[in-house]
Ligand binder design. Structure first.
Ligand code: G16
Length: 564
């Protein structure tokens, strides 16, 4: 009887959300994305999926976020966060694709019942489920949220909790904390970030604490949710002056249009509201849902041109800091206490990482590994280490600390507090503990990343120029090509080689060979309807020429012939 009741509810609700005809969606790099106007059915169905995921995980809290992050304002999207706070398991992606594309409500019910049986999900009201909902500031978000709620309500026993307008990383953080039975409200998030930031500031060596450090950072909020949240957070951060621009309030501008981390990183020019008066200042840019962060500095003589400090350089800064603390802990004198601390440090990058950054990290003696694009892949790889630092060049990344490492560090801290309180070792241990509380370990988070960068720069006493000079990026260029069907491009080897269509890789190799230090790859985007082209070479002209010639080849193989 319960099953019949469940079947009827699901059928009735699903009938109210027919899928748009002729549209095929894929879960992609970071959930479903398309024009907001066609997504109601997809979001409804993702609501059903999220509730099933919670049931499968014994009623643990799952997250559902409505955002299209860096995409234009007309787009929207939806993705699911697993109980760990990370991305939904990839094992469920085929089901996500299937449920989004199944044509009728009857087919949907059948698909769900088959899946529930296969996955042995307690279905039909025998167990409860909980889904936290969040959305960014996109105008289509409100009605899509309603669709998500109805999808969740169509699963008997499932409860939706609307957390309101949030950054994507805030929602992931809340899911993670709730499942760890920790405080998980938005104000708890601000409290955790601000108190761990203050702890790090208190641990700054005296020599650098008194230096003439510029305490101001100018932040481009991408006209999205990150700006308003940062304004909340900054009230709790004495000693750091954060000036937020492009908050999206009062008609200040359009989400992600000429602003934001994606724009700054791809175009390498100033976002709106930044000009030559800001030359030499420390500037940062968030993306539309504040899961990406890049820094930049306006050089006085060059118009809108900037010195970009991308995800690779943020990663390098984090790696330097962590390595320094581990080196202090592993010094001869403290060996008896620290040699049991598991501390394998791993760095995870993608093919977009600037070659100079990988060289730099390897010169530091660090282990660097590569995965395909997409936080879900980097995160998974980074979690194999005691400390895993991952970043995409576009500014998406974080640091993961294993539970064993944190336990080890906590017990070490207790020992040090009684044996050598206030020693360098104890401070190093405390810095690592504070960093682990400051950085959002659920997912890359521009707000927590910004605070960690600010604390580390202050710790080392570096200006933005010092940081920028850590190594010199190889000139690079990224382009997008509109193609008829991007799914025909298949890549291998962490996306550095094209396997299909046949012949394309040979052409890329031939073009690349024409340039000194040339490197080039193409891959289908998982968030936009384009094929992306990345090229690197020893001069900017050569990187531009390589990217353009390969873009023309992509167009010749797969496109509309518009680049010829
Ligand atoms: C998402 C993913 C990132 C990825 C980016 C671009 O970012 O979370 O991992 O780098 O899309 O992906 P693609 O090149 O496949 O379009 P965001 O900030 O848009 O959520």
């Amino acid at each position: 009887a319960e099953k019949q009741h469940q079947r009827e509810i699901l059928l009735r609700s699903a009938s109210a959300f027919p899928p748009p005809p002729g549209v095929k969606l894929s879960y992609g790099t970071a959930g479903f994305r398309a024009e907001g106007s066609i997504l109601a059915s997809t979001v409804f169905r993702t609501g059903v999926l999220a509730a099933l995921r919670s049931l499968k995980m014994g009623g643990a809290t799952v997250g559902l976020m409505i955002t299209a992050s860096h995409n234009p304002v007309r787009d929207n999207g939806v993705k699911v966060a697993d109980p760990s706070g990370g991305m939904m398991t990839q094992r469920w992606e085929p089901f996500a694709d299937a449920i989004a594309n199944v044509p009728t409500a009857q087919d949907l019910v059948q698909l769900v019942f088959d899946f529930v049986k296969e996955e042995e999900i307690p279905f039909g009201g025998v167990c409860s489920a909980e889904v936290l909902l969040g959305r960014d500031t996109r105008p289509s978000g409100e009605s899509l949220l309603e669709a998500a709620k109805q999808g969740i309500a169509a699963v008997v026993g499932a409860v939706a909790i609307d957390m309101g307008v949030l950054t994507t990383p805030q929602l992931h953080w809340m899911v993670r904390c709730r499942n760890k039975r920790r405080k998980a409200s938005e104000s708890d998030y601000y409290t955790q970030l601000s108190s761990s930031f203050k702890q790090l500031m208190d641990l700054i060596p005296k020599e650098t604490a008194i230096s003439l450090f510029d305490t101001t950072v100018l932040v481009d909020g991408a006209n999205g949710v990150g700006g308003e949240k940062l304004i909340e957070l900054k009230k709790m951060l004495p000693g750091l002056e954060i000036h937020v621009r492009n908050t999206g309030k009062d008609g200040e501008g359009i989400l992600n249009e000429g602003v934001g981390a994606d724009f700054v990183q791809k175009e390498k020019i100033t976002p709106h509201s930044f000009d030559l008066d800001d030359a030499g200042r420390r500037c940062a840019s968030l993306d539309g849902d504040a899961d990406r962060l890049v820094y930049f500095c306006i050089s006085s003589a060059c118009g809108r041109k900037i010195d970009l400090i991308d995800g690779d350089k943020i990663l390098s800064l984090f790696a330097l800091f962590i390595k320094e603390q581990l080196t202090i802990l592993k010094k001869e004198e403290s060996k008896g206490m620290t040699d049991k601390l598991p501390s394998r440090l791993g760095i995870v990058q993608t093919a977009y990482a600037n070659g100079a950054s990988t060289d730099y990290l390897r010169q530091l003696g660090l282990e660097v590994v590569f995965t395909p694009t997409g936080v879900k892949y980097l995160h998974e790889k980074a979690s194999e280490y005691d400390i895993g630092i991952y970043f995409e060049a576009n500014g998406h990344g974080t640091i993961l600390f294993s539970e064993q490492f944190i336990w080890g560090l906590e017990s070490l801290n207790i020992q040090l507090a009684s044996n050598s309180p206030g020693s360098d070792y104890q401070k190093a241990a405390l810095r690592l503990l504070s960093a682990s509380q400051l950085i959002n370990q659920a997912v890359g988070d521009a707000l927590s990343g910004l605070l960690l960068v600010e604390a580390i720069l202050r710790h080392i006493g570096w200006s933005i120029e010092d940081w920028s000079k850590l190594y010199q990026d190889l000139p690079s260029r990224q382009l997008k090509v509109k193609v008829v069907d991007r799914s025909v491009v298949v890549t291998s080897n962490a996306e550095t080689q094209v396997v299909r269509p046949p012949g394309l890789q040979e052409v890329i190799d031939a073009e690349t060979a024409k340039h000194s230090h040339g490197r080039c790859f193409v891959r289908p985007s998982g968030t936009e309807d384009v094929v992306r082209v990345y090229a690197e070479a020893s001069t900017q002209e050569a990187a531009d020429a390589l990217a353009q010639s390969v873009a023309r080849e992509v167009d010749r193989f797969l496109g509309f012939g518009s680049l010829h």
